[in-house]
Structures are given as structure tokens and as C-alpha cells.
Write a protein that binds this ligand. Sequence first.
Ligand SMILES: Nc1ncnc2c1ncn2[C@@H]1O[C@H](COP(=O)(O)OP(=O)(O)OP(=O)(O)O)[C@@H](O)[C@H]1O
Length: 342
Amino acid sequence: MAPTAALVEATGLVKEFRRPRKAPGLAGALRHLVTRRFDVHRAVDGIDLRVDEGESVAYVGPNGAGKSTTVKLLTGILVPTAGEVRVAGVVPHRDRVANARNVGVVFGQRTQLWWDLPVQDTFELLRDMYRIPAADYRRSMDRLCEVLELGPLLPVLARKLSLGQRMRADLAAALLHEPRIVYLDEPTIGLDVSVKDRVRAFLRQLVADGTTVLLTTHDVGDIEEVCRRIVVVDEGRIRHDGPVDVLRDTLAGHSTVRFQLAAPAPLELIRERLPDAEVDTGAGERDLVVRFDRTLRPAGAVAAAVMALVEVRDLRIDDEGVADLIRRLHERDSPAALTGAG
Ligand SMILES: Nc1ncnc2c1ncn2[C@@H]1O[C@H](COP(=O)(O)OP(=O)(O)OP(=O)(O)O)[C@@H](O)[C@H]1O
């Protein structure tokens, strides 16, 4: 097999921010004006990351873990404090223009569309900015319009678009210049289920067509459906790096049903009925928590099994999110396995 080319290569990447240290109140603010003191915060703390051409990588972690900072280092918006980074052979912060040709960026909570212009005008501005030749622009537009069904959106002012329409237009804006790698930050946040499905299907196709994807998300469904590899970052360090498939079997795809019962939970009977589920009491003996693999049985079957044994007053179904996934990885991985990628 031909060796795959590294598209992203980061070694020992560090980014520190200086944060002003101020005592509270006016006196503190005044003192800070005279004697400025700062704390140094390491947002990225020695990251080694290699992403090969064509990979689809979920880059996940709790809030403040350093995900956006890493992406900003990869786009060249930030200069690393230490370490090295290359994207498609380019050092991003040294040559942001060359780097921009290779990368596309989509932020679910922000837009790169010109707010007061029709969508079409944003695309033409981007065409000129990236100097996309006319024939390439037409080909790219035709493809994106077809798969993202953009035709009816082209004459619409960006600010008039719904969230789902805006996301489709933003995806097109990031991909018009056919970048080799695209960074997506929460691309499905706030979208309703059917639009989410469309966006995920589009991203899967993008990966199938050879574009490399680095996806930041808090939605396990995005990871399961789009990515083949998951990198978990916490406190600026990589805590886990491996195939999504392995997690799918062992960790993800679980739901929890929380019941409020009319009587104490008959735990043994419920465990007999649901042998592959984790069954336990919650805060009190009339609270029951059943965690199960939703690929094995739907939540309705779990609820029915419990209702057949005990009177149920109330129930709530929670699908697990990335936060649960990370917590379980922490629990599962030994301290030795937490020292680096692998
Ligand atoms: N410009 C900045 N100046 C000072 N501190 C910063 C700056 N940017 C980020 N930080 C800090 O660095 C840490 C990592 O932030 P970052 O935005 O990379 O996290 P994140 O993993 O993307 O989080 P989220 O999921 O909330 O977006 C946080 O503690 C944040 O407060």
C-alpha cells in the first residue's frame, strides 16, 4: 500500500495566553494599572498530532480543553508559543495566504457570509478572494448547489436565512475553493433532526470524496456518523486517540432511562429481564436508572420491560453526549494510557 501523506503535522505544540491577574474591586483595578501582573495559562500543552490526507477526525473535549486554540494554530490565526506545525507542508502562521488555500473553516455559531448581501454575492467575493478560475468556480458551484440544494438560497440575504439554510450556505462558502482539509466547529449545533441528517450525509460524502475533515463537536451522533478517528483533548493535552469503531462497540450508542417508581425498584427482576443493561437505583430506592446499548434495543422496549414489573410514575430518556463519552474514557483508560496518544 502506498504510504499516506501527512496533511497536518504538529509536534510539541504549545500555546500560552497571558491573563491579567487583578484583585477584585476598584482598588484591585487601580493597582493593576500600576503594577501589571499576569498569570500564564497553557491552553495547548504539548500536542503531537498527525492527520493523514483523507482522514475524518473528531477532535473533542470539554469546554476550555484547547480545541479552538488548536484549530486557530492550524489556521495560522495564532502563533504557537513552542513546537511546530505544518498543514500540507505550510507553516500556517508564517504563510497564512498559502495556508488559506488548503483549508476551509466552518463555525456553527458564526457565519462567514456577508450578513447584508445575497448568498450569491458572498460566493462571488470568495471566488475573487481565493482567485478561483472561472471554470473551477462553476464546477464547484454546480456540485455544491446540487448536493446542498442551494439554488433557491442564492438570491436571499444572508440575514434572512434560517439556521439550517445558513449552515448549508456556510458549508458551501468554506468549500468553494476545494480545500484539502476542512475544520468544522459544531456544524450541527441548533439544527433540527432532518437538517442535521442532511449536513452529516453531506460531510460523509465530502470525506468519501477525499477531503480531510477535522470536526469539533459535542454531539456523539456527529462523531459516529462522520468520523473514523477520535482524538480527545483535555487541559491542552491529548488524552485519547483511536478509531471511532472501537468506541462505538464499547462506549457510544448508549442511552439512559431514568424512572420514578411508585414502589421500591425490584432490581433483581429488572436485571433478569434486561441482562445486558446496567440497572441501578438513583438518588432514592424509588428512582431507577437503566443504561443500555440502544443498538440492541430501543428505549421503548426498556420502558415496557420495567412497566411490566413495577408501576412507573415518570420517566426520562437521555442519550449520552460527548461529555459522558469523555468521562467514560477517563474511567476506562488507566493513568498510563492517559499520558499520550495511542
Ligand atoms: N485569547 C485568549 N486569551 C486568554 N485565554 C484564552 C484565549 N483563548 C482561549 N483562552 C483560554 O484557553 C483555554 C482553551 O480555550 P479554547 O477556546 O481553545 O477551548 P475549547 O476546547 O475550544 O472550548 P469550547 O468547547 O468551550 O469552545 C480556555 O481556558 C480559554 O479561556
